[in-house]
Design a protein around this ligand. Structure first.
Ligand code: CA
Length: 415
């Protein structure tokens, strides 16, 4: 497939991708959009010009909206048809390729657009599904000999996070303040977190509303997943380690999470399906699955000091996940919990076996005991004020590349 739009062979946004997002165009209006190479395409105008008329069920301009929620809710038969139609329109010699006015009205350079949150997120859940991450954290916070708790291999552990503080890539995050208890202190103290961290995660977005009492099976779960984003679950380790017993994460997490602006559909990721790690012991029936449910997506984390350059500090892969997305959604709803369009389900930190594949500073520096050396000669145990964390993700196979771009966020001093 060759597009009439030129882009580099390393572009995350090849014709095989066709992700969805929302942008402000020319500081004038907001519309849903897609991207090919370095061009952002205004779908509301493309719809108005009649290029999507053939898509059955697309009865109104769902792209003239501040979020993708209404479009996503149409469900896969329609959203997939739109994606395939766009792919066709972007090919050489398509009717659009020959229509200069439509291209000039619908195609925008990156510097003419400002990306926004792609969806309204009604609910956010964070899982804890990397066995390497759970083992590393268990070893540091509790007991190296019994790092995994007894439930971990039987169910995808998760908690309900905070949807209100999920922000788009580029939004700055203030260092959180809170209550911590330094190791040898008798009483807790209050102040800015001294152990601010990132968590390298991916998140999936749900495309349907279910009734309370209903469940989504492992078998059907992927039909309910519109697509995925990169996700940085900012974490204050000193606040977290003091507050988390017995009910889990709270103020150490809810001050902010960042997502990448483009939702890459599950269909675009199909070529990168891969086998899941073997689950032993065998899981209960409602968590059993067939086929390749993991995805081979390369992940990188960079730390960029203020006025400095990017330092690659972690290289991981989404395929390492012990629990897959279908199992997570099936488990989440097995008790009858309802889901809503736009819900975001994050994977949990994605760590691999190698030390350079750990998905958090906590693990990379082993809670500060082994600082990371940066190319400007400084060291980091955790994130400093004005540091920027950048996460990138892409899949590549047989000359096909589909990526997410990046999610970045700078840490500002505590307010
Ligand atoms: Ca997390």
């Amino acid at each position: 497939m060759t597009s009439f739009t030129q882009y580099s062979e390393n572009s995350d946004f090849s014709i095989h991708n066709i992700p969805f997002g929302v942008a402000v165009f020319n500081k004038e209006y907001i519309a849903c959009c897609t991207r090919i190479g370095d061009m952002v395409v205004d779908l509301a105008t493309l719809y108005d010009y009649g290029f999507l008329d053939e898509v059955e069920g697309l009865t109104e301009n769902y792209f003239e909206a501040y979020t993708l929620n209404a479009f996503i809710e149409l469900g896969k038969p329609i959203t997939n048809a739109v994606r395939l139609k766009l792919q066709e329109l972007f090919l050489e010699n398509s009717p659009l390729a020959k229509d200069e006015k439509s291209i000039s009205d619908c195609f925008f350079d990156l510097d003419q657009v400002q990306m926004m949150m792609p969806v309204h997120v009604p609910n956010y859940t964070d899982f804890y599904s990397s066995i390497e991450h759970a083992t590393n954290v268990g070893a540091m916070f509790r007991d190296p000999e019994n790092a995994l708790l007894p439930n971990w291999k039987h169910l995808p552990v998760g908690y309900h996070g905070r949807a209100s503080s999920i922000v788009i890539s580029g939004v700055e995050i203030h260092r959180p303040k809170g209550q911590t208890k330094p190791k040898d202190a008798v009483s807790p103290i209050f102040g800015p977190s001294q152990q601010l961290d990132f968590e390298l995660e991916m998140g999936f977005i749900v495309n349907e509303n279910t009734e309370m009492g209903d469940s989504i099976s492992v078998e059907n779960a992927e039909d309910s997943i519109f697509g995925m984003v990169l996700f940085n679950d900012w974490s204050a380790r000193d606040i977290q380690s003091w507050e988390y017993v017995p009910l889990g994460p709270f103020l150490g997490k809810n001050f902010g999470s960042s997502i990448s602006p483009w939702i890459v559909t599950l269909e675009a990721l199909v070529p990168f399906r891969t086998a899941s790690p073997k689950q032993d012991p065998e899981v209960l029936d409602y968590l059993k699955f067939e086929g390749d449910k993991n995805f081979d997506i390369n992940l990188e984390v960079y730390l960029k000091p203020e006025n400095g350059t990017e330092n690659l500090i972690s290289e991981s892969n989404f395929k390492f996940m012990y629990w897959n997305m279908a199992q997570q959604l099936a488990h989440h709803t097995v008790n009858g919990c309802n889901v809503e369009v736009g819900d975001l389900y994050a994977s949990g930190t994605i760590s691999g076996k190698d030390k350079n594949s750990y998905g958090s500073m906590l693990e990379l520096t082993w809670r500060g005991t082994n600082p990371i050396k940066l190319n400007d000669g400084t060291e980091r145990k955790f994130i400093n004020d004005n540091d920027t964390i950048i996460m990138k993700g892409w899949a590549e196979k047989d000359g096909i590349r589909v990526g997410f771009g990046e999610v970045s966020g700078q840490i500002l001093p505590a307010k």
